[in-house]
Design a binder for this molecule. Structure first.
Ligand code: MRU
Length: 353
């Protein structure tokens, strides 16, 4: 199944519960958009494109189960629902991008009339747009994967950070999608999987996906990436992104910046794999990207030999993302092709194309 999926029979949203993987594969079902906002915040669903699609279907739920009997009332309900969904996670721009797309349909002046018919038509239009966002995501990912895999030779060892696979998207994946495409093309990649502290999206989710695809991998601690780059054991680095600013600065899972620095210092190409929906030209540079700071408990709960590692009473900080300056980026892989420096000019040209 897809990571984010509408159940047309039951009129519910189905999400793979990523908190439980790899131990348990469980599908959570939602009929209330507030629960979807909660699920995004709690990381039942995570990964920028998957969050965007989940939020869009959240609006479809809001439309479906709103008691509104006329268009103005339904439109008001949907604006309120969008606000709640928007607040779930701040860094990934795909969330607001997807909500804006659906709200454009909601506010379409061509949709007129009164009574139950018009309400029903708006419900359908919202669901159709959410489904379109989900379907496009898969197509876009496969397109990026083809562009990225074309860069790769036979038997390359690459480093991958966090989880950017099918689980982080509706299906297929971004950076992991590139590696998966190279594998399907018979290039036999080997992946060094950053475990990705503190929630271990690499060790838990990326490793689980790679197992299923039959791709060779080894998990490394995040701090080991520098060693593998310096010792010439890595040919490329592929990461995803939660938001790319107009100048090419890239916000992604915490640890990406240090990985990019070590790649740059060792002249190993560093590629964010990014659908154009993740590019935010309204922000001039990465310093303007909101960075989510999560519960310190996620850091402090680490156990070693069954015991909590940190002393009781220890405090922690837990930024979930960091910003990699564009000077460390070799090229950004999008569905429209590779974007190379100078990023400011080339990203704005891409947006216009
Ligand atoms: O906190 P997460 O697990 O949602 O973070 C995910 C990432 O940082 C991914 O690299 C990013 O969302 C792109 S996923 C295709």
């Amino acid at each position: 199944m897809r990571t984010v999926e509408w159940d047309y029979e039951r009129k519910t949203l189905r999400l793979i519960d990523q908190r439980l993987l790899p131990g348990e594969f469980k599908v959570a079902t939602y009929d209330d958009y507030r629960q979807v906002a909660e699920a995004i915040w709690a990381m039942v669903v995570r990964g920028a494109p998957a969050i965007g699609a989940a939020a869009a279907f959240g609006l479809a739920l809001a439309a479906q189960y709103s008691p509104a009997r006329d268009l103005p009332a339904l439109r008001t309900d949907l604006m309120d629902a969008a606000e709640t969904l928007q607040e779930a996670r701040p860094t990934a721009v795909n969330l607001s991008w997807a909500l804006k797309r659906v709200l454009k349909v909601v506010q379409d002046p061509a949709l007129q009339g009164s009574g139950p018919d018009s309400v029903e038509r708006l419900r359908e239009a919202v669901l159709t747009e959410a489904q379109r966002i989900a379907d496009e995501d898969v197509a876009v990912n496969q397109q990026m994967a083809r562009h990225g895999a074309a860069l790769m030779g036979e038997g390359e060892t690459v480093i991958h950070h966090c989880n950017t696979g099918a689980l982080a998207t509706v299906d297929w994946g971004t950076a992991l999608g590139v590696i998966r495409m190279a594998h399907e093309q018979g290039k036999q990649p080997h992946v060094l999987v950053d475990e990705t502290r503190p929630r271990l999206q690499g060790a838990r989710l990326t490793a689980w996906e790679l197992d299923q695809y039959g791709i060779s991998y080894e998990i490394i601690s995040d701090g080991a990436a520098g060693y593998f780059l310096q010792s010439g054991q890595t040919r490329r680095v592929f990461v995803g992104a939660d938001r790319v600013a107009a100048n090419g600065d890239v916000a992604n899972k915490i640890g990406t910046y240090m990985l990019a620095l070590a790649a740059y210092d060792n002249e190993v190409p560093f590629y964010p794999v990014v659908p154009t929906s993740t590019i935010d030209l309204s922000l001039a540079h990465g310093g303007l990207i909101p960075i989510e700071e999560r519960d310190p408990g996620e850091v402090l709960s680490l156990q070693v030999e069954g015991e909590r590692a940190a002393p009781s009473g220890a405090r922690a900080r837990n930024p979930a993302f960091d910003v990699t300056p564009h000077r460390l980026v070799t090229a950004i892989i999008t569905e429209k092709g590779l974007v190379e420096p100078p990023f400011e000019a080339n990203l704005s040209r891409l947006a216009g194309a």
